[in-house]
Design a protein around this ligand. Structure first.
Ligand SMILES: [Cu+2]
Length: 148
């Protein structure tokens, strides 16, 4: 019993040390967990997107992220430098925003169903982002990694 508790404490301490040691200044997040619930919502988001934009042509250097039911779909994307990420609201009523807060960007305008907002990523790095009105209560967060 005692030894198990001690092992746990050591593990937490090591994890905390690694976190601090690898994060000078601002802590940089990693991929977000994707649950079965996210996967189900994102399947619905894809269906909505196909219905709303049946003629959408695939564009070079553009990656689409759908916003649906308080979820960014997909939650995590990895893109090359120079890629534009286009966030499209495929919800039925709710407006959302995209806020690359950690990168020091201003929050986007709220955008409504069928509307979109985009951002071109130039520099390699990790870019966690939020939906301004829904990140806290609904955990509406996303993550972009930019790398060669
Ligand atoms: Cu939102």
């Amino acid at each position: 019993m005692w030894s198990n508790s001690k092992i746990l404490i050591v593990r937490v301490a090591v994890a905390a040390f690694c976190f601090v040691a690898t994060s000078p200044g601002v802590a940089v997040a990693d991929d977000l967990p994707v649950t079965a619930k996210h996967a189900k919502i994102c399947a619905g988001a894809e269906a909505r997107y196909q219905k709303l934009f049946p003629d959408a042509a695939k564009e070079d250097d553009v990656v689409i992220v759908k916003l649906y039911k308080y979820t960014f779909c997909p939650r995590n994307v990895t893109v090359r430098p120079g890629t534009t990420v286009r966030w499209i609201n495929v919800d039925k009523r709710t407006s959302h925003s995209v806020w690359l807060k950690q990168a020091g960007e201003a929050e986007s305008e709220r955008f409504f169903p069928d509307e979109q907002w985009e951002f071109r990523f130039i520099s390699p790095g990790k870019y966690p982002y939020l939906c301004g009105p829904h990140w806290d209560q609904e955990d509406m967060r996303g993550f972009v990694e930019v790398r060669e």
